[in-house]
Design a protein around this ligand. Structure first.
Ligand SMILES: Nc1ncnc2c1ncn2[C@@H]1O[C@H](COP(=O)(O)OP(=O)(O)OP(=O)(O)O)[C@@H](O)[C@H]1O
Ligand SMILES: [Mg+2]
Length: 476
């Protein structure tokens, strides 16, 4: 006996295709056939009218007005509605979009998705055969905004969000979107599929205002794809920025320095800058740095060892008193910024210097964060031969990368499958990157703010650090 489907499997049940059976031959008068057809047609029409009441309701209303008042009725109504919508749009665009336009757009898009849903789910491999029936996920809700459609979908029993994440690229092309992101829903059986249409990151992002006191738990560096601001938590972490040449690593560093600028001026933050590519990137920010080295690798090794010594001194002082250092003017947060890390760890020919640098970096990366010594390093090539310390950086930022395989090396196993398409970022979009947000397995696409040369000169001038007591350094 066939098992009843209800309560056994969750999902939208698709009726099997009808099959042809030879029916017995009956003689029926023509008038009866026409009568039955007419009845069926009327019934179907009623069902369609009721089901699509959003469209049919207003149309019937307009028709009724026409019957009652001739052309004046519908024309006056349309004019009045247009005037109300126009004034609402003029007076308060945000509420007009949120409560007026977007809900309507959502309904329209929902209708479009429902029409394509069955073949899309089956061809993407998300349809399930059960007990001789096809069962597919159900669209529960569609919300639209100017740039994205957010679909709340109920999965078929046995499916997990990763099943959708794996076919997100298929869904992108099927629904003609620019990108598709999958994330967990509010209940275990729901997921949220976000189909992105426009690109809020197409334009260069202007620098953010400098906060009067930097919040080390949320430094605003980039614009997120969903319109929010991406804030980096620097406390308790080390940051690795990976990107091919011209991917925009410089804009990550400058966005960070800008967010820290007020702290640099007040002495709450000290930036030690390493620019092994001859100072091309960072030299213009010299007044912001407590230490700066650009050509002399021996000076760089000395600086790193000095950082280790500072770190050890702090550790000894704070031991038993606190587990997390709090920055103060007397005991500032030290941010070690390295523009091309591989120049120090891989491409340096002097073996002895290289070993000194590696040893110091290893210690800083493993023990520095609790005592307020942070490393922010940029790198072009994330392979292990180039950077043996990759795994010691808890926070990673993946800009444009040249190879697919580099994505998982940078952002972690499975990141590319979950949507971090760093290798597909076009050359024409420097500063665009994928980051992994706290507690969300789906990587977020962001674009870092871009500081022009003039912005950098102004920043260095406005926020040059105060040096009441300058004890010098490699090249302070
Ligand atoms: N966030 C951004 N928004 C817009 N344009 C950017 C952004 N970042 C960088 N650019 C542009 O891209 C160019 C290359 O950027 P950048 O020098 O930062 O790359 P890079 O990753 O440091 O490259 P390299 O490894 O060669 O140093 C810049 O000259 C700038 O014009
Ligand atoms: Mg650079």
């Amino acid at each position: 006996m066939a098992m009843p489907l209800v309560n056994v499997i969750r999902g939208e049940r698709i009726e099997p295709a009808p099959f042809n059976v030879r029916t017995p031959y009956l003689k029926v008068p023509l008038w009866l056939v026409l009568f039955v057809w007419l009845g069926k047609g009327l019934l179907r029409l009623t069902v369609v009218l009721v089901r699509h009441w959003v469209v049919t309701g207003p149309l019937l209303g307009l028709a009724a007005l026409y019957v009652r008042f001739d052309w004046y009725g519908p024309v006056v109504l349309v004019l009045v509605l247009s005037a109300v919508a126009g004034s609402w749009w003029q007076l308060d665009r945000a509420t007009f979009l949120r409560f007026g336009f977007y809900p309507l757009l959502g309904r329209w898009r929902r209708w479009r998705y429902r029409r394509q849903w069955l073949p899309s789910m089956v061809t993407a491999g998300l349809g399930v055969s059960f007990n001789g029936h096809t069962v597919i996920p159900e669209i529960k809700r569609v919300r639209s905004s100017g740039t994205a459609d957010v679909l709340t979908v109920r999965m078929v029993t046995g499916q997990i969000p990763d099943d959708f994440a794996k076919v997100s690229e298929r869904l992108t092309h099927t629904f003609g979107a620019r990108a598709c992101r999958v994330s967990a829903g509010s209940r275990p059986d729901l997921i949220v599929v976000t189909l992105l249409r426009g690109d809020p990151l197409a334009e260069t992002v202007a620098p953010f205002p400098v906060p009067p006191v930097p919040d080390f738990r949320a430094l605003e560096l980039a614009r997120r794809e969903d319109g929010d601001v991406y804030a980096l938590r620097l406390f308790g972490t080390q940051v690795l920025v990976v990107g091919a040449t011209d991917a925009g690593k410089g804009s990550v560093i400058w966005s960070l320095l800008r967010a820290l600028a007020a702290g640099i001026r007040s002495g709450l933050v000290q930036v030690w800058a390493f620019d092994p590519k001859g100072g091309m990137e960072l030299a213009s920010g010299m007044p912001l740095f407590a230490r700066f080295a650009c050509e002399d690798f021996r000076a760089m090794a000395d600086m790193l060892e000095e950082a280790v010594a500072t770190m050890r001194e702090r550790t000894a002082r704070l031991r038993g008193r606190t587990r997390q250092h709090t920055p103060s003017v007397g005991d500032p947060l030290i941010v070690i910024v390295i523009d091309e890390l591989a120049a120090l760890t891989a491409y340096l020919t002097d073996r002895q210097l290289k070993d000194r640098i590696k040893a110091a970096l290893g210690v800083l990366l493993t023990q520095g964060r609790a005592v307020g010594v942070h490393v922010v390093a940029c790198l072009q090539d994330p392979r292990k031969e180039v950077l043996p310390f990759r795994d010691l950086f808890p926070t990673r930022i993946g800009l444009r990368l040249t190879e697919e395989a580099h994505v998982d090396l940078t952002l972690g196993e499975g990141a590319r499958d979950r949507g971090a398409l760093c290798d597909r970022i076009p050359r024409s979009a420097p500063g665009v990157a994928y980051v992994v947000l706290d507690g969300d397995p789906t990587p977020m696409r962001v674009r870092f703010s871009y500081l022009t040369d003039d912005d950098i000169t102004d920043l260095a001038y406005d926020y040059a650090r105060l040096r009441p007591v300058d004890r010098g350094g490699a090249a302070a």
